[in-house]
Design a binder for this molecule. Structure first.
Ligand SMILES: [Zn+2]
Length: 211
C-alpha cells in the first residue's frame, strides 16, 4: 500500500497546531506528489485536524489539477510555495507556520537578515562549521502575497540563502527540504533558534562579550 503524502502533511499540521505554530487557520504546508505537482493545504481550514479533502493538487504554475472538495481554494500563500519549488527544484516539501516567537524575533532588527546563534542546534539546519556565522533572510510583509513572493525570487535569484529557510517580518517562517520529515525537523529547529534568540535578547548578560 502506498502512503498518501497528504496523511503526512495532515499529521505534521496537527503536530504544529499542538506546538502553537499553526493556530486557527494560520500557516500552510505543501509536498510534491511528482516533480511537477504538489499537494497544498486549502485556505481557511483549522490546522488541528485536516482531512484528505482539505488539500488541493496544483502544478508548479498554480493551476488546480485535483480538488476533492470543489468548495476549497488553495492556500492564500500558494505563490510562496511555487516560488520556492521554482528556485529550488530539489525541494519536495515546503512548510510555513506563524509562531509568536517568529514574529517577535523579526522585530529585533530593521535589517533584511537575522543573525542565527552559533550553537549546536544549527547542525539541524545542515550547518556543519566551527563557529558558524549564519544569517536568516528576512523579508518585509505585504498584504499582497505575490509581492512577497516576488521579493523572495528577486533576492534568492541573485544570492542563495545560507539555510533552507526564510522569515517574513511580523508574519512567520518558511522552510523547504527534500522530504516532509526534514521540513518538519527544520521547522522545529528554526523555532528553537527563535526561542533561543528571544531569551538571549532578554538576558544580555548571558553573552560573553557583554560581561
Ligand atoms: Zn503566512
Amino acid at each position: 500500500m502506498t502512503t498518501d503524502i497528504r496523511n503526512n502533511l495532515s499529521s505534521c499540521a496537527t503536530h504544529f497546531y499542538h506546538l502553537g505554530l499553526m493556530m486557527g487557520t494560520a500557516g500552510n504546508l505543501s509536498a510534491k506528489l511528482t516533480p511537477d505537482s504538489f499537494w497544498i493545504t486549502a485556505s481557511g481550514k483549522n490546522k488541528g485536524n485536516l482531512e484528505l479533502d482539505d488539500f488541493l493538487l496544483l502544478d508548479l504554475e498554480g493551476n488546480i489539477l485535483e480538488n476533492p472538495n470543489p468548495k476549497n481554494r488553495p492556500s492564500a500563500e500558494t505563490s510562496i510555495h511555487q516560488t520556492i519549488y521554482r528556485l529550488f527544484p530539489q525541494a519536495n516539501a515546503c512548510y510555513h507556520v506563524h509562531s509568536v516567537e517568529a514574529n517577535l524575533v523579526s522585530r529585533l532588527t530593521k535589517e533584511d537578515s537575522l543573525k542565527l546563534p552559533s550553537i549546536e542546534m544549527l547542525k539541524g539546519l545542515g550547518i556543519w562549521q566551527e563557529n558558524p556565522n549564519i544569517s536568516l533572510a528576512l523579508f518585509e510583509n505585504f498584504l499582497s502575497v505575490p509581492k512577497i513572493s516576488e521579493s523572495i525570487a528577486e533576492r534568492f535569484e541573485s544570492s542563495l540563502p545560507e539555510v533552507n529557510a526564510l522569515l517574513i517580518r511580523d508574519h512567520g517562517v518558511t522552510v523547504w527540504a527534500e522530504s516532509t520529515q526534514s521540513a518538519l525537523n527544520y521547522i522545529e529547529v528554526i523555532e528553537y533558534l527563535f526561542r533561543y534568540i528571544l531569551l538571549t535578547a532578554q538576558n544580555p548578560g548571558l553573552f560573553y562579550d557583554t560581561q
